[in-house]
Design a protein around this ligand. Structure first.
Ligand code: PMP
Length: 384
């Protein structure tokens, strides 16, 4: 049963049981309309109300400034890898323009590769590449070493706030980027701490980790971006690609995220998750809880240094995805099997890197962390 397991998977992640209980009745008969929530028209008053409520909760949680627009989209984080360069094109004042990418793990690497695929290798400047600096992903190079594009040629700087596969998280906003056009992927740590949205021109996040169900992607952008888009004619004349309509932020914003059929069920789930977060004390509280849970997990791994090797370097360790290797490596299978027997699921590292990964998203309760900490301690002692 659900009570017998805890799912530490990296995404889709588990959702609060209370939200799912409400969802199970909402999908059959929403607010006594006789019709399930996923069956209602996305253009009904009821759906408009859901969109408005979810947006207002998000604005409340992140203290989103008034001059920022929220767009609900589909297509996941990966769609944003293309949408970000397409939409920040308005900032291209020169023909020779460059997009700066900080590559600190697999997801920012994918983002940078998509920008290259769309605009050519010479358009992308990788300002830091952790793999080159450290031999493998697991650290963040000091900002003063970053090789940024100087002057007007730089269109924007992109980074991934939390690298889900590699367990690397920026401890805070990279201060050297202050004042520039900054886009950030917050797919796996959004709503886990306070963020000063005004420092960013764009933040995006797929919902399936800390927000809700797969199928919804949230984009928060400085509204001025919407006014700077070149027309298709201009783009064609410059030989630049034209954003597909479903990635065109101005068009989506103008239609209040309803250019086409938006999955209202997913928007509603996100709203319910946010409502619970607000009731529990908002992001200041969530940050405190997330930090405490992560510290306890790292401390547990640290108590058995002969068995567990934490992958990322101190100072770059994610509070959301805690990555470790067991040694000898054969112990990893034993660890995962023992965990499964205790109902502790989803602890296997990403297929590209292996190892152990504990995803410590908002829905993981402190008692769940206690259970896992106890298992880690037992495992460490047994194999010492
Ligand atoms: N960015 C990050 C940080 C992610 O963790 C993921 C998915 N795990 C993605 C982007 C890609 O998201 P999606 O699968 O929703 O396209």
């Amino acid at each position: 049963t659900r009570e017998e397991i805890t799912y530490f998977g990296a995404g889709p992640a588990s959702l609060p049981t209370t939200v799912l209980q409400n969802a199970s009745s909402a999908i059959l008969n929403f607010q006594n309309t006789g019709l399930g929530i996923a069956e209602h028209s996305h253009r009904s008053a009821l759906s408009s109300d859901i969109i408005a409520t979810t947006e207002s909760s998000l604005r409340n949680l992140l203290s989103i400034p008034k001059d920022y627009t929220v767009i609900f989209m589909q297509g996941g984080g990966t769609t944003q890898f293309s949408a970000v360069p397409y939409n920040l094109l308005g900032y291209w004042k020169l023909k020779r323009a460059r997009m700066d990418y900080a590559v600190t793990g697999g997801w920012s690497q994918k983002g940078s590769e998509e920008a290259k695929r769309l605009y050519g290798d010479e358009s992308v400047n990788v300002i830091t590449n952790s793999k080159k600096v450290f031999g493998s992903y697991g650290g963040i190079e000091e900002e003063k070493e970053w090789k940024r594009t100087e002057g007007e040629e730089r269109v924007f700087t992109y980074y991934c706030d939390n690298e889900t596969v590699d367990g690397v998280e920026f401890p805070g906003f990279p201060s050297s980027l202050e004042g520039g056009v900054v886009a950030a992927d917050m797919s796996s740590n959004i709503l886990s701490r306070r963020v000063d949205v005004s420092r960013f021109h764009l933040i995006f996040a797929g919902a399936q980790k800390n927000i809700g169900t797969t199928g919804l992607t949230i984009v928060i952008l400085k509204s001025s971006i919407l006014q700077t888009q070149p027309t298709p004619t201009t783009l064609r004349a410059l030989g630049l690609p034209i954003p597909p309509i479903m990635m065109d932020y101005p068009i989506l914003a103008k239609s209040n995220s309803l250019y086409n059929t938006l999955p209202i069920f997913d928007v509603w789930i996100a709203g319910e998750v946010m409502k619970e977060l607000i009731a529990a004390g908002g992001l200041a509280k969530q940050e405190e809880v997330a930090n405490r849970k992560a510290e306890r997990l790292y401390a547990a791994l640290g108590r058995a240094p002969g068995i567990f090797k934490i992958v990322p370097l101190e100072g770059a360790r994610s509070r959301m995805n805690i990555c470790a290797r067991a040694q000898p490596v054969e112990l990893e299978g034993v660890f995962l099997k023992g965990a499964e027997e205790r109902g502790l699921l989803g602890l296997k590292g990403h297929r590209s890197v292996g190892g152990i990964r504990i995803s410590n998203y908002n829905s993981i309760r402190e008692v769940d962390v206690d259970t896992l900490v106890q298992y880690i301690d037992e495992f460490g002692q047994r194999n010492a």
